[in-house]
Design a protein around this ligand. Structure first.
Ligand code: SAM
Length: 227
């Protein structure tokens, strides 16, 4: 039987990769990637060449879980990575792990931990991180309002991921439902333009409206709990 490795990769700075991750990627028979071109950049930096890369995304395209289970039965070592951070955290991975556990309980599934935007943001936000709720990407419609009401009244730090297209919308919702909360925006973590900005939703809206060039890149939003 093969082994399935679930490998954390950088969220921006390509130096943020563990020695073990590099060894596992070097030795894997197949590397399952969200986007092979993204993973190729990481492999090229560390001169890992000649690997079989296969797209995997838990949806309709890419290799199927059945095919991967076949590889594991043949004894292959398979490494799963996503474009950035930890697979399974708002990224493909969970279903594959579930299916492999069900179909091949004897196969070892090993984590090769690495960065995640969530823990990276929490580590430098300067708000309580001993207890927090992670909401992933917020729904665009159904359940959105309820979540913002929860964010407004939570006694735990609330965190979510947001895209540049929707960050202003999220801040507007926070202004509506949680106007007095301290909000932290962690942007472009580990990259050249890494920035932490904090304030009330209204202050942050004003800042981002005045600095449109900063409504770009990747964002983690953290909301201080009611203390
Ligand atoms: N699996 C990843 C992880 O472990 O963090 C998350 C993947 S999710 C598809 C992508 C989202 O994560 C982005 O939209 C953004 O909200 C957040 N993210 C990823 N990289 C980031 C970075 N360098 N700075 C801030 N947020 C980031």
């Amino acid at each position: 039987m093969g082994i399935l490795y679930v490998v954390g990769t950088p969220i921006g700075n390509l130096e943020d990769v563990t020695l073990r991750a590099l060894r596992v990627l070097k030795e894997a028979d197949v590397i399952l990637c969200e986007d092979t071109r993204v993973t190729q950049k990481l492999l090229a930096k560390y001169e890992i060449t000649g690997k079989q890369l296969a797209p995997y995304n838990e949806q309709d395209s890419g290799v199927t879980a059945g095919k991967i289970i076949g590889w594991l039965e043949e004894g292959k070592s398979v490494a799963l990575v996503s474009d950035a951070g930890t697979p399974g955290i708002s990224d493909p991975g969970t279903l594959l792990v579930q299916k492999v556990r069900e179909a091949l309980p004897e196969v070892k599934i090993e984590s090769v931990p690495g960065p995640s935007a969530l823990t990276t943001a929490l580590s430098i936000a300067g708000i309580p991180a001993h207890e927090f709720v992670f909401l992933g990407f917020l729904p665009h419609k159904k359940g959105r309002e309820t979540l913002f009401k929860e964010i407004a009244t939570s006694e735990r730090t609330m965190t979510f991921y947001e895209s540049p297209h929707r960050i202003l919308k999220a801040l507007e919702s926070l202004q509506k439902f949680a106007p007095n909360k301290k909000v932290i925006i962690a942007r472009e973590l580990t990259k050249i333009h890494e920035e932490i900005k904090s304030g009330t939703p209204a202050e942050l809206l004003e800042f981002f409206k005045a600095n449109e060039e900063k409504v770009r890149g990747e964002f983690v939003v953290l909301v201080n709990p009611l203390l």
